[in-house]
Design a protein around this ligand. Structure first.
Ligand code: LHQ
Length: 260
């Protein structure tokens, strides 16, 4: 791993920071490779029960580094870059059964915005903004943007955001349902850290199932979704954490979830 992604584990939380502040954390190919590596490490480590993704400096991420030879050369193949780098990151974020909290500490543009929206709970600093900058350079929103945006904010707003490419402020993003919440700039990391630590102590099997079920709902019929809920509930009903949750409720005490 080079030094553009930082990764540390504490209190059951893997904190991953995009760390190229002099370029507003714009992605190079190596950085994308390392981000995927960090996500996979968080997935594989049993000590990790929640992930916190953020950026270093004044930006969350300015999207693809437009000066990177992978996109600026005569024969650049943007499809290959998506196939090999961005798409696996988005899929991994959705497939990791651990909750991913994203702390959007500043501007999130292009693929930076859409990778943020691929998280499970997105918190933004009050001064942060989301910019679908793609159309300004004759591209479409990628990294799942065309899938996420209409689901989050409806197609009228998704089209306006993508076609106009104008910044959407954090408060507006919250009001539109694009993100979960807004925090004061100097409180964002505390709020996001508390949330990630709380999730890390929670019933992680249920969290994984919730992520899978919500995503499956995008393509399932009601009938299929009801079957999925039945199957998941049957499995979760046999877990230690279910028994512990019910026992703790009955005994009026705080549950001690283990993820089993
Ligand atoms: C940058 C970047 C950047 C390089 C700021 N690259 N240097 C695309 C292609 C292929 C396949 C995969 O998919 C994609 C996905 C994409 O993400 S396409 C969209 C790429 N991103 C953009 O178009 C956003 C470009 N950046 C901006 O619009 C602005 O920089 C924002 C609005 C993010 C921030 O504006 P300011 O706060 O005014 O900062 P700044 O513009 O002055 O930027 C600071 C420095 O960072 C500056 O360099 P300099 O040497 O002048 O200090 C910028 O050139 C550099 N930078 N984004 N994406």
């Amino acid at each position: 791993m080079d030094d553009t992604i930082t990764f540390e584990v504490a209190d059951g939380v893997a904190t991953i920071a995009l760390d190229r502040p002099e370029r507003l954390n714009a992605f190079t190919s190596e950085m994308l490779r390392d981000l995927l590596g960090a996500l996979r490490e968080a997935d594989a480590d049993d000590e990790v029960r929640a992930v916190l993704l953020t950026g270093t400096g004044r930006a969350f991420c300015a999207g693809q580094d437009l000066a990177d030879p992978a996109v600026s050369g005569e024969n650049a193949d943007l499809g290959a870059l998506l196939e090999e780098r961005y798409n696996p990151i988005v899929l991994t974020m959705r497939q990791i059964p651990k909750p991913i909290v994203v702390a959007v500490n500043g501007v999130a543009a292009g693929a930076g915005a859409n990778l943020a929206l691929a998280g499970d709970i997105v918190l933004a600093a009050r001064s942060a903004k989301f910019i679908q900058a793609f159309a300004k350079i004759d591209l479409i929103p990628d990294s799942g943007g065309t899938w996420q945006l209409p689901r989050l904010v409806g197609s009228a707003r998704a089209l306006g955001i993508a076609l106009l490419g104008e910044p959407v402020g954090a408060e507006q993003a919250k009001e539109w349902g694009m993100i979960w919440d807004v925090a004061d700039d100097d409180e964002l990391m505390d709020v996001a850290g508390d949330m990630a630590r709380t999730l890390a102590q929670g019933p992680t099997r249920a969290y994984g199932a919730i992520k899978r079920a919500m995503d499956a709902a995008a393509t399932n019929t009601l009938d299929e979704q009801l079957d999925l809920e039945r199957d998941m509930q049957r499995e979760l009903g046999r877990s230690d954490d279910y028994r512990e949750g019910v026992a703790a409720f009955m005994e009026k005490r705080t549950p001690r979830f283990t993820g089993r």
